[in-house]
Design a protein around this ligand. Structure first.
Ligand code: SME
Length: 161
């Protein structure tokens, strides 16, 4: 079976609407979370040309880098630190139009200008990780991204949580 994505829409919501059923088809019958997170990162990066797309997973008292697409990134983030650690602590998505204006932002690359972080929830409702998406443009993310990225992270099940 060919695994290439088919995306035709030119607008952001249209591209997410085409992408989501394809992500569901890719992940629904695959129990391996690393395989699914890898495909989600690739699908998002290549559909939207994002600068960086990746997952951090909660391991003990830190977020630890997991599957990602893009330049090398920091590996460990403490709760409450940076955008990722803040999304974990608040248990909610955070949209950052200008990373330089976010107190405590962790700059893995000086090319990253705006960012969105969406938490992943375990079956008990606790945060088990985050999806972090970075753009090299200012204000690249809005509520449209938040809505669809939340649906996309819902496709990921982490076996040991
Ligand atoms: N900017 C993030 C750190 C992760 S990198 O962007 C890949 C933060 O402030 O949490």
């Amino acid at each position: 079976m060919a695994e290439d994505l088919k995306i035709n829409a030119n607008d952001k919501a249209g591209r997410y609407k085409e992408l989501i059923p394809q992500i569901k088809a890719l992940t629904a019958h695959e129990p391996d979370s690393m395989a699914n997170m890898g495909n989600v990162c690739a699908a998002l990066k290549y559909t939207f040309s994002f600068f960086w797309v990746g997952f951090y997973l909660v391991k003990e008292d830190e977020l630890v880098l997991s599957a990602f697409q893009g330049p090398v990134a920091c590996t460990r983030i403490r709760k409450g630190k940076g955008v990722c650690g803040s999304a974990w602590e608040r248990a909610e998505a955070i949209i950052v139009p200008d990373v330089d204006a976010f107190p405590g932002h962790i700059a893995c690359s000086s090319l990253s200008k705006s960012e969105i972080v969406v938490p992943l929830f375990g079956e008990d409702g606790s945060v088990i990780g985050v999806l972090d998406v970075d753009s090299d443009r200012l204000a690249a993310f809005d509520e449209t991204d938040a809505v669809y990225l939340k649906e996309i992270v819902g496709c990921i099940r982490i076996a040991d949580h």
